[in-house]
Design a binder for this molecule. Structure first.
Ligand SMILES: [Ca+2]
Ligand SMILES: [Ca+2]
Ligand SMILES: [Ca+2]
Length: 410
């Protein structure tokens, strides 16, 4: 028998399903392709199909979008006035690269900055998977936020310059969230070579802030209000005082947990912080994956390689942070730095879990089998189902999977 409350619950669920379906239908996918696009096309197809075709510039893609749309940016190096000082104008949209920041680059050529947020954007205005380089501005060489709180994730912000504050990013009265991003080689002539935050709460999660420079204070990060760092690596930054702790992060009252900070003294408090060498893979060539004897992803070769040392930043993030996208052996705990909590996370010496437990629910069962089937014969990199880690899901992976069938976490 159906009682009144279960009927009401069913109605609520039905309405939520209808709402979610209608959201999926109304949110458009806009496309930008710097080589094959045309700004007079509508952006509604990734290639010209006789009716629809991609935009050529990122600003044209943004201008064609409305709230909840996604602007997909094809691989390429984007330059020129329509690809810098990019302005969401308040839109709650996602601008994302198709294949990650290595292949999708906004090069400002020292003529402006990458993004300009000043219309009260909220965390549902998202920049994802882009490299922003060679920006130049008085404040915020790479990204500028004023009274706006966008989300920046999976980005590389590098070689940008500010004549005053915030070489990489400048935030004023802006409560931004930055996740899984790298700030490298940015420079501010005054404060905050990598990041400058003032007037509002800023959250930096799983970021790597390295080799940035400030003429005065806070080579890595300058915090004028309240910045929150978690699972970050802040290393090799310099300011007028050298490369001591205050050159890594300085300012008002930073809250720092589970992070690796060069020259860490403990004076800034927090939990789980260390000052040990993070053992970057190849910092001279901007590769900030963490070295591991068990395996480290080498992007240029698309393969896992073993190092002779293991970074102390592996499995050193917050135990409550979501580690489940890390590939086994993941140690069941998130790594610090930009690749922590992603499939590119360096591998752990701790063999907890099971390589065939793809959904990380502590058993190898039919659900895991279905996920293997779903990815059968895929040659994508970094799939958990590629248990042999050779960029191909095939019989050898099935054999390894079968060997783990019905395993349960002891
Ligand atoms: Ca881990
Ligand atoms: Ca499972
Ligand atoms: Ca394989």
């Amino acid at each position: 028998m159906i009682n009144k409350s279960s009927w009401q619950a069913a109605t609520v669920i039905a309405v939520l399903v209808i709402l979610s379906l209608s959201c999926e239908v109304t949110a458009a996918q806009l496309n930008v392709n710097g080589d094959a696009g045309n700004d007079s096309w509508d952006g509604l197809a990734p290639e010209w199909d006789g009716t629809h075709g991609p935009k050529k510039t990122i600003q044209a893609g943004i201008d064609a979008a409305v709230d909840s749309d996604t602007v997909n940016v094809a691989d390429g190096i984007y330059t020129g006035t329509q690809n810098e000082n990019l302005d969401f104008a308040g839109r709650a949209i996602t601008v994302r690269s198709e294949n990650g920041p290595t292949d999708c680059i906004i090069d400002c050529q020292n003529a402006g900055r990458g993004f300009y947020f000043n219309s009260g954007e909220l965390p549902n205005s998202i920049v994802e998977g882009l490299t922003i380089r060679n920006g130049h501005a008085a404040y915020g060489g790479g990204i500028y936020c004023y009274g706006s709180s966008p989300t920046i994730r999976d980005c590389v912000i590098t070689s940008n310059r500010a004549t005053y504050h915030g070489g990489g990013i400048y935030c004023y009265d802006s409560s931004i969230i930055v996740q899984n991003s790298i700030f490298c080689g940015n420079r501010a002539l005054v404060d905050g070579g990598g990041i400058y935050a003032s007037g509002w709460y800023v959250q930096i999660e799983n970021c790597t802030v390295v080799s940035n420079e400030a003429g005065s204070t806070g080579g890595g990060i300058f915090d004028d209000y309240e910045i929150y760092l978690i699972n970050c690596v802040v290393w090799g930054n310099e300011d007028g005082g050298g490369s001591v702790e205050s050159a890594q992060i300085s300012g008002n009252a930073p809250l720092i947990n589970y992070s690796c900070i060069q020259s860490w003294t403990g004076g800034l408090g927090g939990t789980g912080n260390i000052g040990s060498d993070p053992f970057f893979a190849d910092p001279a060539n901007d590769d900030f994956h963490l070295k591991s004897q068990e395996g480290r992803w080498k992007t240029s070769d698309l393969q896992w390689v073993a190092d002779t040392v293991t970074s102390p930043c592996i499995d050193a993030g917050d135990a409550d942070s979501d580690w489940t996208a890390e590939l086994w052996p993941h140690g069941k705990r998130i790594n610090m730095g930009a690749y922590g909590g992603t499939a590119e996370a360096s591998m752990s010496l701790d063999t907890s879990g099971n390589p065939a437990d793809f959904d990380e629910d502590d058993d190898v069962d039919f659900t895991d089998f279905l996920s293997l089937v779903d990815n059968w014969l895929s040659n994508e990199s970094l799939l958990a189902q590629d248990i042999s880690r050779d960029n191909f899901v095939n019989l050898s992976d099935f054999a390894m999977f079968a060997g783990q069938w019905l395993w349960q976490e002891p």
